[in-house]
Design a binder for this molecule. Structure first.
Ligand SMILES: *[C@@H]1O[C@H](CO)[C@@H](O)[C@H](O)[C@H]1NC(C)=O
Ligand SMILES: *[C@@H]1O[C@H](CO)[C@@H](O)[C@H](O)[C@H]1NC(C)=O
Ligand SMILES: *[C@@H]1O[C@H](CO)[C@@H](O)[C@H](O)[C@H]1NC(C)=O
Ligand SMILES: *[C@@H]1O[C@H](CO)[C@@H](O)[C@H](O)[C@H]1NC(C)=O
Ligand SMILES: *[C@@H]1O[C@H](CO)[C@@H](O)[C@H](O)[C@H]1NC(C)=O
Ligand SMILES: *[C@@H]1O[C@H](CO)[C@@H](O)[C@H](O)[C@H]1NC(C)=O
Ligand SMILES: *[C@@H]1O[C@H](CO)[C@@H](O)[C@H](O)[C@H]1NC(C)=O
Length: 773
């Protein structure tokens, strides 16, 4: 009651205020208001300043601003908590916000407040979203997240620059941050990254120059180890070949820029080939800005420059580190280094002020594109977004829908799933994640609108009983008896096992890839006590060796749910009861346990190495046994494929003067060749749903290139998701850009199109196509 009264006071005050001053825009809570520059109401003299003039183009405005700044003011604009410049009407700006799978409070510039905005929609962790192989879904999530972010910015509790997504390749199953990524495949990671970035950045009013919010693709590059045995990311030096860099590590970053027009790239903590990535001019200035033409700023990871000095002993003084980073192309530093040492570095002659100017310009250009210098944002296009636009029914439904589209069915014995509500009247829900809440949202999450745990989700369908069995680490069997008893009394059992952030997390890589502690034993014992079907649900970021369950007849189905987000339990229940037909496919290989004994996590070579006996990494290069391969995923229905149209020979019409035409040994040509323009393969496939359930299906097109350049044995070149009613069929048309999608990196990292025979594979369809001159 008391709190209700309190809420009425400001409303009444506002009503009165509005009666007096109809044209005023005000917010309910005056304590928090959005930060912005050029507040002409507060300081009318700003109106005379060109940088505040919204009619001028952004370049002119930034140049005008730069002219007015002192060196120390410039230095203060190069760090994540940028200094205020009161004499120019610029408030302090916090660059560091995060929105990996929903607006997060991991970065200090964004936070939740019970009265202002208590939480935001928490989508599944990215690894599960990627499993949906649905690009329009990636885009839609980005749009929802940026709308909530703008609403929070208007309320004064968020910034405009979000350091998401993480597009590093999930190279090794042990990586604690693999959960944040779209998986191990460069094409899927590229598509996810670029599409999510577009969802975040693109404005609904179609203004192409401006940004809704600023995204950031990180961590550039070859970053995929956090803390494994005695090696950590601040000391690790990734040894990477030019070839692996081009066709694996850098691919998603290039796509973020080319296809997503991302506003920022963040360099990583690790060194690559002996150099800290944030001090590598070839990587930042030459590649990202020069070759790829980033339209935006390059940031460092947090305290990167500090670690460069302290942990990597890169240079003798912090001023030299600062000069190196600025010369390499860095514009912004998460931390304090650039603010502390830039002016001194200039005075010492280590770096010229023109280099500092470039950095300041890139940062302010980005803020201008975000409208930060356009006066009160509440009078601008997104100005009306507020608390009512956060955690709506529609956004929470989308969180549930995303989890449903991502969940992967790995095993399904006849008569197991889906459950019928007539046959299954009670379920024992067992396991350390059976009543998971926080575990469902993974890392880089915010405060969710609410949680629907697996137990709650299943209880919406039938009567449930619950037993934890053991906690995540599962080092005690004390409560197994109770779990077995509960299992023996129910019509069916759902075991929700797996990990949480205590097992896989930032700064926490795994050393094991089986279920933690005695979880296998719990699952087996419970399964043998059960009288009906037993569903093993694996909640985890990384893959697991669940061979024991694959082989156990008593475990009738296996589902992987990633970290499924705030509505994860509801989505799981929808899948179990067949309200939703699962369509997710694994975005990473699930390796057998023995893999971790064979491959050191510190080996960055993607290709197999006959000298050391390394087997090659990810499905593109690894030839050994798997528990479940990349792209694996079952459905309640069956799909059959028929090839409708595909060429067998493609003749490349190279220019008469081209060396390849006269050379009998020519086996590849450059992707910069003019013949590339419009060179396309058309492949049409008929997909028919021959089962009784309707459903969505992701059609994956793989190519195995000719044996040249140590090329991948198999590689995803395109994918499309289609919806098919029972007995419905549909033609899926792939248009493969030969030079973009079929090209290979040679040993020097140059893109080439190999001549010769390619094996195209879609499920069980195999088709050969030969590229000839
Ligand atoms: C949340 O916002 C309210 C209203 O502006 C304010 O009174 C309160 O102090 C804030 N709480 C915190 C923890 O910041
Ligand atoms: C930067 O300077 C501040 C204030 O003097 C100090 O607290 C901080 O440790 C310095 N940071 C670095 C990375 O040098
Ligand atoms: C600064 O600029 C001058 C003139 O262009 C140049 O000669 C000098 O090498 C530059 N200094 C550094 C440290 O780059
Ligand atoms: C499940 O977890 C919620 C929230 O943590 C808790 O309130 C509830 O009591 C738990 N349910 C059971 C049956 O333990
Ligand atoms: C088992 O876990 C508990 C708490 O999680 C801990 O206190 C105990 O030391 C662990 N025992 C062993 C044998 O690891
Ligand atoms: C690595 O992990 C160990 C043990 O979990 C921890 O003590 C250490 O602080 C971590 N190091 C880093 C750099 O994260
Ligand atoms: C992809 O996701 C979108 C957005 O949720 C959805 O409307 C569409 O049906 C999905 N596509 C398929 C084929 O399931």
């Amino acid at each position: 009651m008391a709190s209700q009264n309190k809420q009425h006071v400001p409303l009444l005050a506002i009503t009165l205020f509005l009666l007096i001053c109809l044209s005023c825009t005000i917010t309910v809570f005056a304590q928090y208001s959005p930060r912005f520059a050029c507040d002409i109401d507060k300081d009318p003299t700003l109106e005379m300043c060109a940088y505040c003039d919204t009619k001028l183009d952004i370049k002119t405005r930034v140049a005008d601003l730069l002219r007015r700044m002192t060196l120390q003011e410039k230095a203060g604009s190069l760090v994540s908590v940028a200094d205020a410049i009161p004499r120019l009407g610029i408030p302090s700006y916090g660059w560091w916000s995060e929105a990996l799978h929903g607006v997060s409070d991991t970065g200090p510039a964004t936070w939740f407040n019970k009265t202002v905005i208590p939480g935001a929609t928490s989508f599944p962790q990215v690894i599960l979203t990627a499993a949906s192989f649905n690009e329009s879904l990636f885009y839609k999530i980005g749009q929802v997240v940026s709308t909530e972010a703008r609403a929070m910015y208007n309320a004064g509790v968020a910034g405009l620059t979000f350091w998401s997504p993480n597009v590093n390749i999930f190279r090794d199953p042990r990586w604690g941050r693999g959960q944040e990524t779209p998986g191990e495949d460069p094409l899927l990671a590229s598509r996810y990254g670029a599409t999510y970035v577009r969802g975040l950045q693109e404005r609904e009013d179609g203004d192409k120059e401006r940004l809704k919010v600023g995204a950031c693709c990180k961590h550039f590059t070859a970053y995929d180890l956090d803390n494994w045995t005695s090696v950590d990311r601040f000391h690790f030096d990734a040894i990477v070949t030019k070839q692996d860099l081009e066709d694996t590590y850098n691919a998603p970053f290039k796509s973020c820029i080319f296809d997503g027009n991302v506003a920022s790239i963040m360099c990583s903590y690790n060194m690559m080939n002996g150099k800290p990535t944030c001090a590598d001019k070839e990587l930042l200035e030459d590649t990202v800005r020069g070759e790829w033409k980033l339209n935006g700023y390059i940031s460092s990871d947090c305290d990167s420059l500090h670690f460069m000095f302290k942990a990597q002993h890169w240079k003798k003084t912090p001023e030299e580190v600062t000069a190196d980073a600025l010369h390499a192309g860095l514009d912004l530093n998460c931390g304090m280094s650039l603010k502390n040492y830039t002016a001194k570095a200039v005075e010492m002659g280590l770096v010229n002020e023109t280099v500092v100017d470039r950095a300041v310009t890139n940062n302010f250009m980005t803020l201008m594109r975000l409208g930060f210098f356009d006066g009160d944002p509440r009078n601008q296009f997104y100005g009306k977004l507020s608390k009512k636009d956060v955690c709506t029914k529609a956004t929470q439904d989308l969180a549930r829908e995303t989890a449903r589209q991502g969940i992967v069915l790995l095993k399904n014995s006849v008569g197991s799933l889906p459950f019928s509500r007539l046959g299954i009247k009670s379920i024992a829900v067992i396991g350390p994640n059976a009543n998971a809440t926080k575990a469902m949202i993974g890392n880089y999450a915010g405060v969710p609108c609410k949680y629907t745990s697996p137990l709650e989700g299943l209880s919406e369908y039938v009567k449930t009983t619950y037993a934890e069995g053991c906690d995540i680490k599962c080092n005690s069997t004390t409560n197994f008896e109770k779990a077995k008893k509960v299992a023996s009394e129910a019509d069916a059992v759902v075991l929700v096992m797996g990990t949480d952030l205590s097992i896989e997390h930032e700064a926490r890589d795994r050393t094991e890839i089986i279920l933690p502690g005695q979880q296998n034993l719990l699952a087996s014992e419970v399964a043998h006590a059960a009288k009906g079907p037993v569903i093993l649900v694996v909640m985890s970021g990384g893959g697991m060796d669940v061979d024991f369950a694959k082989c156990d007849e008593k475990i009738t189905s296996i589902l992987w749910v990633g970290f499924p987000g705030q509505e994860g339990g509801g989505a799981l229940a929808d899948v179990i009861f067949g309200r939703f037909n699962p369509s997710g496919r694994l975005p990473m290989t699930w390796f057998p346990r023995s893999y971790v004994d064979i491959v050191p996590m510190t080996n960055n070579k993607m290709r197999p190495d006959p000298v050391t006996g390394q087997p090659g990494q990810t499905y593109r290069f690894y030839k050994g046994k798997t528990v479940y391969p990349f792209g694996y995923g079952l459905s309640y229905t069956s799909y059959v494929y028929r090839l409708i149209k595909a060429p067998s020979i493609v003749r490349i019409d190279l220019n008469k003067a081209h060396g390849c035409r006269s050379s009998p040994t020519c086996d590849a040509f450059d992707t910069s060749d003019s013949v590339c323009k419009g060179l396309e393969l058309k492949i049409d496939i008929m997909v028919t749903n021959i089962g009784k359930y309707s459903g969505s299906h992701s059609v994956l097109l793989f190519s195995s290139p000719p044996d040249i350049f140590n090329a991948p044995q198999k590689e995803l070149v395109d994918f499309k998701k289609v919806w098919l009613e029972s007995l419905q069929r549909s033609v899926v048309c792939f248009r493969v850009n030969v030079c973009k999608q079929l090209s290979l990196a040679d040993e020097e990292g140059k893109r080439k199109v190999a001549l010769g025979r390619y094996l195209l594979q879609i499920s069980d369809i195999k088709h050969y196509v030969t590229l000839k001159i």
